[in-house]
Design a binder for this molecule. Structure first.
Ligand code: SAH
Ligand code: SF4
Ligand code: F3S
Length: 460
């Protein structure tokens, strides 16, 4: 009979808000906690440590965290006796020690570069019996990634840079994530290799302005160099990168990546607005003409390229005419994928300090819906262009809406739903599209599979 452990394994419950960057940080934090003997639980009532990895990008994102915290008061129904509550990520970084004062149920505040210290902070708080805030901007890049800790088996994110050197006037991210730092090419490749060895077939490179990667590194390599290097990894089927800034596709970027085996022709490059006056107020550093020229160069090199955009409606001073310009620019560029946000003034940002938030919420909501309507129309029209055609799909798993069916994504990131067996998950297949909705494609597996580029397909 083996002796029982000194104490039962501690359990951590994790909730992640915000962007992919935060989701990846949650994986890294879980890895650190697992090394320290924590196991994960899906039941918050059973957790010794509850972690909320937070976002600060809009006020609504912070409100969601505060309402979650409201339910985690000591003695409350969802909190185990003695459990600690940690707030990590962008809201933790922004509010720091103040958060401990505002929300006394919080025991640990860990900033955007401190989250991997959670096990240590947990032990400190337990020992010292007082709450702690760590937002001193430590270093996380050297943190050795264990490929086993990730949320999906076949797809993984790699952070290739952190922070942002731009100063878009509405944005809190440079404050919460600090200045831009790129990770050396060899480190990224090494991590990619380990992930591929562990079964990953699709890698998404992450950064706030991911296409400015490399500028601080010796020899100033750029994103095209990195994509070319990744393309040589046997076993890797797809690479993606997010989010790009329209100004940083330089030195013949599109020509250099167009022939790559793994490059997926889907690029998220937010326009944010269609009025030059507002783009200037946002300090986005380009005009609609500049964006147009970038899109033309990209499409000349890669005709099947899909551009995706973010939009902000109701930025201070936005008139009906400015908004009409966003609508026509959305149509003109023809982005089939869009994310639309109502302007939210963020404390200490230049736009919050300089301009009144003068567009009423009802107007913001209407403008948001108008852009979303155009989005649905463009997305549907784009989907219709695939009817009766075969598309290459990376199979992700059972469909979220009908577990009997499978779903996957095309190279251009369109969701495809079809029938097939689960052993196809993680493989490339060819699906003939038969019907579409505004947001998804529906089809039948082709027999035999037909490759689009010279890629290995399931069943070959
Ligand atoms: N670094 C990325 C994304 C930053 S945050 C980029 O530059 O594209 C994601 C999106 O949130 C932004 O693209 C923008 O559209 C939106 N956003 C950022 N700050 C906002 C704010 N204060 N109010 C409303 N939307 C905002
Ligand atoms: Fe924010 Fe602009 Fe940097 Fe994106 S590029 S993170 S919107 S400051
Ligand atoms: Fe991401 Fe939100 Fe921070 S969008 S970078 S988690 S403010």
């Amino acid at each position: 009979m083996t002796a029982p452990p000194a104490h039962p394994p501690r359990k951590v419950y994790f909730e992640t808000f915000g962007c992919q960057m935060n989701k990846l940080d949650s994986e890294l934090a879980l890895q650190a906690l697992a090394r320290a003997g924590f196991t994960t639980t899906d039941d918050v009532r059973d957790a010794d440590l509850v972690v909320l990895n937070t976002c600060s990008v809009r006020e609504h994102a912070e409100h969601r965290v505060l309402s979650r915290l409201g339910r985690l008061k000591p003695g409350g129904p969802v909190r185990k006796e003695g459990a600690l509550v940690a707030v990590t990520g962008c809201m933790a970084q922004r509010q720091g020690r103040d958060l401990l004062r505002r929300a006394p149920q919080v025991d640990i505040v860990a900033g955007t570069k401190e989250f991997v210290r959670l096990p240590e902070l947990y032990a400190d708080v337990k020992r010292e019996r007082r709450p702690l805030a760590a937002v001193d901007q430590g270093e996380v890049f050297d943190y050795p990634r264990d490929p086993r800790f990730r949320s999906e088996k076949h797809r993984a994110w790699i952070s290739i840079m952190r922070g942002c050197d731009l100063h878009c006037t509405y944005c809190i991210v440079p404050t919460t994530r600090g200045p831009e730092e790129s990770r050396p090419l060899a480190d990224v490749l090494d991590e990619a290799r380990r992930l591929v060895d562990d079964g990953v077939v699709e890698i998404t490179l992450l950064g706030q302005t991911v296409n400015s990667w490399g500028k601080q590194l010796p020899g100033s390599p750029d994103l095209a160099d990195l994509l070319c290097a990744l393309d040589e990894l046997p076993g890797l089927l797809r690479t993606r990168f997010v989010t790009s800034h329209p100004n940083f596709f330089r030195n013949g970027f599109w020509e250099r990546i167009r022939g790559l085996r793994t490059f997926c022709p889907y690029v998220h490059v937010p326009a944010q607005h269609g009025s030059d006056r507002i783009l200037k107020r946002m300090a986005r550093l380009y005009t609609t003409d500049g964006f147009r020229a970038m899109a033309e160069e990209a499409r000349a090199a890669i005709p099947d390229l899909v551009l995706a955009s973010d939009w902000i409606v109701g930025f201070p001073g936005e008139t009906e005419e400015d908004h009409e310009r966003s609508k026509s620019f959305l149509r003109e560029i023809g982005f089939p994928q869009n994310f639309v946000f109502k302007y939210s003034p963020r404390p200490t940002t230049p736009s919050e300090r300089r301009f009144a938030d003068d567009v009423p919420d009802a107007v913001k909501a209407r403008r948001c819906n108008e852009l979303l309507d155009i989005h649905a129309e463009l997305s549907h029209a784009y989907n219709l262009s695939f009817v009766d055609r075969a598309v290459e799909v990376l199979v992700e798993g059972p469909s979220k809406t009908n577990a009997e069916r499978l779903f996957g994504r095309t190279q251009q990131n369109r969701i495809v739903i079809f029938d097939g067996s689960e052993d196809l998950v993680g493989r490339l297949v060819s699906v003939r599209v038969e019907a579409v909705s505004p947001h998804s494609l529906y089809g039948t597996l082709c027999e035999p599979s037909a490759p689009r580029r010279s890629l290995p397909l399931a069943g070959r």
